[in-house]
Design a protein around this ligand. Sequence first.
Ligand SMILES: [Zn+2]
Length: 400
Amino acid sequence: MDEPSNVLDVAQVLRSTIDRPEHALHGLMEAVDAGQTKAAASCLRQLPAAIAKLLPSEWIEKNATALERGDYDPLSPLFANSKFVGPDGHFLIVAPWVFRKSRGDVCALAALFGQVIPHHPTPGIAEAVEDMQGAKLRAPVTPVYPIRILSSAGTVKDGWFIVPDAWMWRDSVLGPAFSNISKKSQVLEESGAPAMRRMFDADTAEFLIDLLHGERGVAVTFRSYEIHDAGHASGLGLPRKIHDNLIPGYWYKGVEEWRADGIGFELGSRLFTVEEAAADIAANFYARFGLAGITDGTDGPTEHTPCALLMLDRLLREGHLVAKGERLALRDPTIRGLVRAMEPQRHEVLELTRRELDLVDATSVMRLYGSMSLHPATLVVYESMMRAPTVRYFRPELVS
Ligand SMILES: [Zn+2]
C-alpha cells in the first residue's frame, strides 16, 4: 500500500469500520454516565466479541481490574507506551477523567471508544524546541493522536481535545493527547468561519477561511496541536507547572497558552513551508478569537481569554491588525504578511521561555507571567469587536 502523502489520512476520518458501535456498547456507556464503576467493569469483562477482538486483551483486563479496585496506576505504563491501542487503531478507555471548567474541575467516570487515524507525526519537533530555547527539554513533547470517536460517555463525551494529564493515573501526562478530528472540523466549519466574518473585514476573513478550507483544514488542525503541545514542553514544562501549582488561576494559565501558541508559531516557521505556517496561524485565529468568544459567553472567563487578549494586544500594538470601520483587518492579508504578523509574539515568548529556564526559584514563574501587560484599549477592542459580535451571533439569548 502506498504511504499517504499527507500528514493525515483524511479519508479515514469519516470512514466507519464498525457497525453501530453506539448500540454494541450501550450498556457500558449507560453505566459510565451513571458513574457505576462496578457495572462498567463487568461490561468490560463481557464485551461483544466483534469489539473485543479489536482491542488489546491486556489493556481491557487491567482496565476492568482498575475499575473494580479503584486503583488506576497499573494502566500507566500501558498508556505511556501505546499498549492500549489495537492493531487497527481501536482503543477503549474507561476511567475517571477531569473536565476542567472555569468554575471548578469536574472529575467523573468517562469512557472513550475510538480509533486512531493513521498519521505522520512531524519529525524533529523536540530537537527544534531544544535548539530554540538553547537548553534540553525538561518535559517530553506530548504525542498527539488524531482520533475518531466511535462512542463515548461521561466527562469526555464528544470532547474535541482530550488531554492525557486529566486521566487519573500516575504519570498519565506521559501518554498521548487525543484530538477529535471530525468534531474539530465540524466546529471549524460551523462556528469558525462565521465568527471570522463577524470580526474581520471581508478581505481578511475570506483569506483566513480559505487557508483552512476542506481537507486542508483537518490536516492543519492536527499539526497545530502538535506544535502547540511542543510549546507546553518548552521552558519548565507544563507537567511541572501543574504539579507544583505554578500557574494557578486563569491569567497564568492563559499566559502559558499564549506562550505555547507562540512557540508553536516559531516551530511552524522552522519546520513547515510558509503556506503551512500561515495555515497554522489561521487555525489559531479560529481557536483563540473565534471560539473564545463563544465559550466566554457561556461559561465565564477561561484561560482562552487572557491568551486571546495577549495575542490581540501584540497584533494591535505592532499595527499588524487595524480597525476598518466596525471590523478588524490584517494590514497585509497574505501568506507572508500573516507569518510576519506573529513575529512579535514569537520573539516575546522565546525571551519569556529563556527567562523561565533561568529562574533560580521556579515559583517566580508567577511573577514573570504576572508581569505581562495589556494596553487598556485591547480590552475594549476585544469586547466590542470580537466577543460581542460572536456572542450576538451564536448565543443571542445572552444579549437580548
Ligand atoms: Zn495548550
